[in-house]
Each structure stands twice: as C-alpha cells, then as structure tokens.
Design a protein around this ligand. Structure first.
Ligand SMILES: Cc1ncc(COP(=O)(O)O)c(C=O)c1O
Length: 484
C-alpha cells in the first residue's frame, strides 16, 4: 500500500484517505506519495485510444489502492465529476494554423469554465465519498484568485458532508467570476468578499493558515482544504498532460513541450510529476505575467515573494508558488530534511537563494518567461485576427511565452499551449485586446451560464482586510452555530 508523507517530515506516514481529508500535513508541509508510479512507453501505447475518463481511471488507479476505493466506485467518481462538462470530450485539442507545431489544449469546458473544474469535481466527490463512509463532515476553506472559488463552490453545492467558505479579494477577480460564487443558492456554500487587500489571494492564503492554526475553530469546524495544497488535486492534474500527449504525439516516445500559465504552480506540478512518472516531455515553459516570482526562481534561483501586481491574466496574479515545493522535493532527490531546512531559511530571511547544484536539478527541462500586459493583449488580438480564435488572457500568456522560447526547443517538436479559462470570464480584457466595445466582441466573449448568473441575486459576506482575522472567525462561528 502506498503511504503518504509530508515533504518536510519523513517520520510520519499516513494512508491516502488520511492525506486527502487532512489537506496539508500536521507540520504544515504538502503531502506526497512515498513513491511515484512509473508509466512505460508500452503502457502509453496501450492507452492511446482511451477517452479522458478512461485514461483518468487508469492513471488514478496507480495511486489509489482498490481496498481504499473499489474499481467500480472510482469509475463512478470520475464519471460523475465530468458529467456536466459543456464538451463531451472533457478536454479539447485545437491545432493552430498560424503555428502548425502548436496545439491549444482547452481545459475550460467544465461547469465554471476554467481548468480548475478538471480536478475539483473529482476531489470534492472523493471527499464526499470518504466522509459519508465515516459519517463525518468537514468545512473547506478556499482562497481564490478567481477560478478555484467558483469550481469549489459549484462542486460542493448541496453535498451533505461538506460546507465551504470561498474567500476572494475585491478588485482581484472579474465580475463574472464573482457572480459564479455569489449566485450559488445553496446553504452549504458561503462567500466572503475582502476589501482593501493588497496581495489578493496570497493575503487570503495567509488568513486561512491563521484560521487553521486556531484550536477552538479547528475543533468546531473540522477544517480541510481542496486548494492545490491537497495532494488529490495535483494527482488529478497529471491526467491532462498524459491525455494531451496521447492526442498529439505522432510517435509514442517523441518529446512534447507544454507551455503553462502559472501562479501557484499546481497545474505545472501535475505536469512535472507526469514527467517523473515517464511521460516524454521536451520542455515545460513556465509562463508568468508580470508577477514573475517563478521566472525569477527558474532564472536566478532566488525565491522571493513580491507585492502582487494587477494584470489582465488576473487569475495568475500570485506571488507565492506553494506547489513549487512539492516539485522541488522530487527534483532534488526526495529528501525531507533539505526541504525543512530551506523552508526554515525562507521563514527567517524572507527570501531564499538556491545553490547552483540545486538550481540545476530543478531547472532541468524547464524554460520560463514573464509576459507583460501589452504582449498578452497583442497575442490575443493577433490570434483572433490570424485565425478567428479567441484565447483567454491566461492562455495568451502561455502562447506568448511559448513563441518567445521557441528557438530553445528541440527543432520541430510539437508543443501544447494550455488554455486554462474560457474567454467569457474576462470580457473587459477581450474588449481591450480587440479594441472593441464588449457588445461588439465575438460570440465566445459571452457564455450562457455567465449571462444567466447576471439575472440572479447575489449573497455575500463582506469585510475589511484590517482586523480580518477576528471578523472572519466570528462570522464562521456564528454561521456554524446557526446551522447546527
Ligand atoms: C485560469 C487560470 N490559469 C492558470 C492558473 C494558475 O494555476 P496554478 O496556480 O496551478 O499555477 C489559475 C489559477 O491559479 C487560473 O485560474
């Protein structure tokens, strides 16, 4: 049976169910499996014709013992998590005419129109499955830069075993994302809008750490997390890399590149672990907007969280790439004491300079770029004018980064560009890019589900960032007491 440990504590090991329900480990570290499974080229060849759900079943079965989740239950959990996607294929691949070596991977066909739906539905179903079996409940605290909140809210809606609190910072999410959260008319999902935060979701991540640290609250509300600190999210996010590879590779074994719009590094961590498992990847391109923490880390080895800047690709306005640590653990030889020492150094000094040897280990097969706002908008406009294809600002950051690093990639190797959100979540950015009023933008600027959300009334708590801890704590306790 595969056991799980914290990346910074080798002594305590738990089973899969415990790791998933806990979210993060008792020492605050991220859970990882003792061993990553391997996938051979023969296995990849056999998986070539599988649908997304069938492939997810094969890959997730490598991580979960049948004694923990039976084959029939796993199949059902996966199938129901994608049953309400807008596309029957779950994930869609579109080759570009203007760049024949590039294929766009559309990850935004889920119910809340971002790549977060891909893993969130499954993880929430898994929580519900475990909790019902135990007769327990949990409260999920969710900080969002715009897309995790809607995905979690939608998935948790109506689930008896779960309550969710979605925290977002005013001014850091679009009106469309906000409405996806505040119009969910269900008793078990609550939304809290925070005014006056300077660093958006990074501030809210800190708030959650403080809430979880509070003994009284923790005892009463039984917290957990479905943010990508949760191992199951990252595990599920390995699948779309395998799926893309099997759809796009001409010959199994040829290397393929992946350009990924990145903030917290959760999506890319899934890809990096897929490569560790055996997926033939040429390069990963870490695509940042002006919040260039990851680019700095990959180019100079300096880990430094900076003030968050507002960019058109607002969901990656993140300066704290928490899942980088999970990848670092594997890239540097799975040594918990090293991660513990680096985390301690970072906590004391506020920044961390990795040595040349460590940097060489984690940089292997990675390129990175920070894309500015003008490049983002120009990339959206150019793609639309060249081939009538509207890409969202996050996909545009990835495409701009990919085109920029192309001379450094293996000649003629195919590349996937991950489009992580539907453009309709960012109509003002589309209008800016195309220099048109929103009403004259192409049909993909509007999505029926978002238009419907505009007609519904909103329900949201609001609070100032100052004194937030006390206010949020009291609100959580009151809502909990009213609901019991
Ligand atoms: C649309 C979109 N693209 C990319 C990302 C970045 O993903 P990650 O934080 O896993 O790097 C996010 C969320 O953070 C997102 O919502």
């Amino acid at each position: 049976m595969t056991r799980y440990l914290s990346i910074s504590d080798g002594d305590n090991r738990v089973d899969f169910e415990t790791a998933v329900l806990a979210g993060s480990a008792p020492d605050g570290g991220l859970y990882v499996p003792e061993r990553l499974p391997s996938v051979s080229l023969e296995q990849l060849t056999k998986w070539r014709q599988l649908t997304y759900s069938e492939l997810a079943f094969e890959i997730i079965s490598l991580f979960i013992d049948r004694a923990c989740v039976s084959g029939a239950d796993l199949e059902r959990l996966i199938d129901t998590s994608v049953s309400d996607f807008f596309s029957p294929e779950t994930v869609v691949h579109r080759p570009l005419n203007s760049h024949p070596e590039v294929t766009i991977q559309e990850l935004f066909h889920g119910p809340t129109l971002s790549f977060k739906d891909i893993a969130m539905g499954f993880v929430v179903n898994l929580f519900d499955y475990f909790l019902q079996r135990r007769g327990e409940r949990r409260t999920l605290l969710v900080a969002t830069s715009g897309d995790t909140g809607p995905a979690a809210g939608y998935a948790v809606s109506g689930k008896q075993s779960l309550e969710a609190w979605l925290f977002y910072a005013a001014g850091f999410v679009t009106e469309e994302q906000e409405r996806q959260m505040t119009t969910l008319m269900t008793d078990n999902v609550h939304t809290l809008r925070v005014l006056g935060s300077e660093n958006g979701s990074d501030d809210l991540d800190q708030l959650i750490l403080q809430l979880v640290d509070d003994h009284e609250l923790r005892q009463k509300l039984q917290f957990s997390s479905v943010n990508s600190v949760n191992w199951a999210r990252v595990m599920m996010q390995t699948v779309h890399y395998f799926y893309a590879y099997l759809q796009v590779a001409k010959i199994i074994g040829e290397p393929i590149n992946f350009a990924v719009p990145s903030g917290g590094f959760g999506n890319l961590c899934g890809g990096a672990l897929a490569r560790e498992m055996g997926l033939p990847v040429g390069h990963f391109i870490v695509a940042n907007n002006r919040n260039s923490c990851l680019t700095e880390l990959f180019e100079s080895g300096l880990y430094r969280e900076k003030r968050v800047l507002n960019c058109p690709s607002s969901a990656i306005d993140i300066s704290s790439p928490s899942n980088f640590w999970r990848y670092l653990y594997f890239a540097t030889g799975c040594e918990t004491h090293k991660i513990k020492a680096w985390r301690a150094q970072l906590a004391v000094a506020g920044e961390l300079q990795f040595d040349a040897n460590t940097m060489a280990q984690y940089r292997r097969g990675f390129l990175s770029r920070s894309i500015d706002d003008r490049q983002t908008l120009e990339t959206m406009a150019r793609l639309y004018h060249d081939e009538g294809y509207l890409i969202d600002p996050h996909g545009a950051v990835a495409l701009a980064a990919l085109l920029d690093v192309q001379p450094h990639l293996i000649a003629d190797s195919p590349s996937l560009c991950l489009a992580t959100a539907h453009p309709s979540k960012f109509p003002k950015v589309v209008a800016d890019a195309l220099q048109l009023p929103v009403s004259e933008c192409p049909p993909a600027t509007a999505h029926v589900s978002l238009q419907q959300a505009k007609l519904l009334s909103q329900r949201v708590y609001e609070c100032e960032y100052q004194n937030i801890l006390t206010v949020v704590k009291n609100t959580l306790l009151k809502v909990h007491a009213d609901g019991v």
